[in-house]
Ligand binder design. Structure first.
Ligand SMILES: [Cu+2]
Length: 147
């Protein structure tokens, strides 16, 4: 039995749209230099949060999430800094979002997620937990101060 002409056309169009969306997504990520979140298995989960200066405007942040705070919860960096963030949790699953930045990761106990972000505009960027994690969830936030 052969396929209906319109059914066949609809299938081809649907497939075509998927190709268009895929090319647009990958193309934009490459063009705009957007780092895609990565789950690391070779980076051992840490038990303490810290900021490590790697260069003049280059930082590595080990961001630890716990009930109900981020550690560190206040990070100060100069304008133009490139920050590599590694994040994990020591208790339950939390969210890690930097407002006004394309950063939205999950912090997962036993796993480390990584993302790179550049801060080109001065200001205070709030870090929020966007994953309900219990009683203290609404007060779980921190800030990145870019000067
Ligand atoms: Cu939360």
């Amino acid at each position: 039995m052969s396929m209906d002409r319109f059914e066949s056309l609809a299938l081809k169009m649907a497939f075509g749209l998927m190709v268009v969306f895929f090319v647009a997504l990958v193309g934009l990520a490459v063009l705009k230099g957007i780092d895609v979140p990565t789950c690391f298995t070779d980076f051992p989960p840490f038990k303490e949060g810290k900021v490590i200066q790697k260069g003049e405007k280059e930082y590595e942040v080990h961001l630890l999430a716990r009930m109900w705070a981020f550690q560190p919860n206040r990070i100060e960096i100069p304008v133009g800094s490139k920050v590599t963030i590694y994040t994990t949790s020591i208790d339950v699953q939390h969210g890690f979002e930097i407002e006004r930045k394309v950063v939205n990761l999950m912090t997962i106990p036993g796993a480390v997620n990584k993302m790179e972000v550049v801060f080109n505009k001065p200001g205070t960027y709030r870090i929020v937990c966007n994953e309900y994690c219990g009683m203290g969830h609404p007060s779980m936030y921190g800030e990145i101060i870019v000067k």
